[in-house]
Design a protein around this ligand. Structure first.
Ligand code: NDP
Length: 246
């Protein structure tokens, strides 16, 4: 039984998909949850209602992860509304497909700003508030470790950077009793990668289990890493990919 009672979490990209499942799972295990979103105000409201239905406080914050000021503002709002923070989950990210030979520099920059710079800036803003220990969990991707087809190089690069971010930050924050870990999903059934999408059968064929994950199966790994059961796990990568990297 995992007990996150009294913990306060901030999840980026919590309006849909894996981030929404994480926000809800943290609440179901006892945490109050603030989360950011970019466009999906109605979906964010529905996630907040589900969190409240689980008996926890919910705060939905519109904040573009590409904007450093929005990042600072969202951390301040989460801290002031929840009375502090114990858990940061960096989940918001964007995909990008296309060959390097055809690369648009603005699209490249957006991937790096949202997928790499934002987790770094969220951590920077949250660290001063993790006064009682706590944890930082970032959602990477199995594609950060293995690139099984062409056209996803920039996305894979952005996710690979999160491994060193996690390892380095665990060294910086270990003395303060803060753990820092990376969860690497494989193909997971969300708007970004629907299980009935064009490339779904191919992605399924890469896995040992022969199937996609559902968002709550990724959230289970995050809840574990946020819990006392994972107290000595830091600087680690937990791959949750149905065996795609096996
Ligand atoms: P979705 O596209 O389904 O959801 C993305 C979420 O991030 C939404 O809540 C969206 O908000 C938010 N978001 C996107 N861009 C921004 C931004 N600039 N500022 C603030 N919020 C933003 O993604 P998934 O649930 O599939 O992915 C979640 C995480 O899991 C990502 O890190 C992704 O890379 C990773 N992942 C996913 C896999 C998969 O197969 N699905 C596989 C491996 C890793 P809004 O609703 O407002 O647009």
């Amino acid at each position: 039984m995992i007990d996150l009672n009294g913990k306060r979490a901030l999840v980026t990209g919590g309006s849909r998909g894996i981030g929404a499942a994480i926000a809800l799972a943290l609440a179901e295990n006892g945490a109050d949850v603030a989360f950011t979103y970019q466009y999906s105000a109605e979906k964010a409201e529905a996630v907040a209602k589900s969190i409240e239905k689980a008996g926890r406080r919910a705060v939905a914050i519109q904040a573009d992860s590409a904007d450093p000021e929005a990042i600072s503002r969202s951390v301040s709002e989460a801290v002031s509304t929840l009375g502090g923070l114990d858990i940061l989950v960096n989940s918001a990210a964007i995909g990008h497909t296309g060959m390097i030979a055809d690369l648009d520099v603005h699209a490249y920059q957006a991937v790096m700003d949202i997928n790499v710079r934002a987790p770094v800036l969220f951590a920077k803003a949250v660290i001063p508030h993790l006064t009682g220990g706590g944890c930082i969990i970032t959602i990477g991707s199995a594609l950060g470790e293995r690139v099984p087809f062409p056209g996803i190089t920039t996305y894979a690069m952005s996710k690979a950077a999160l491994t060193s971010f996690t390892r380095g930050l665990s060294r910086e924050l270990g003395p303060s009793g803060i753990t820092v870990n990376l969860v690497q999903p494989g193909a997971t059934n969300t708007d970004a990668n629907p299980a009935d999408g064009e490339a779904a059968d191919f992605q399924r064929s890469l896995t040992s289990l022969g199937r996609y994950a559902e968002p709550h199966e990724i959230a289970n790994a995050v809840v574990f890493l946020a819990s006392p059961a994972a107290s000595v796990i830091t600087g680690a990568t937990l791959t949750v990919d149905g065996g795609a990297l096996a």
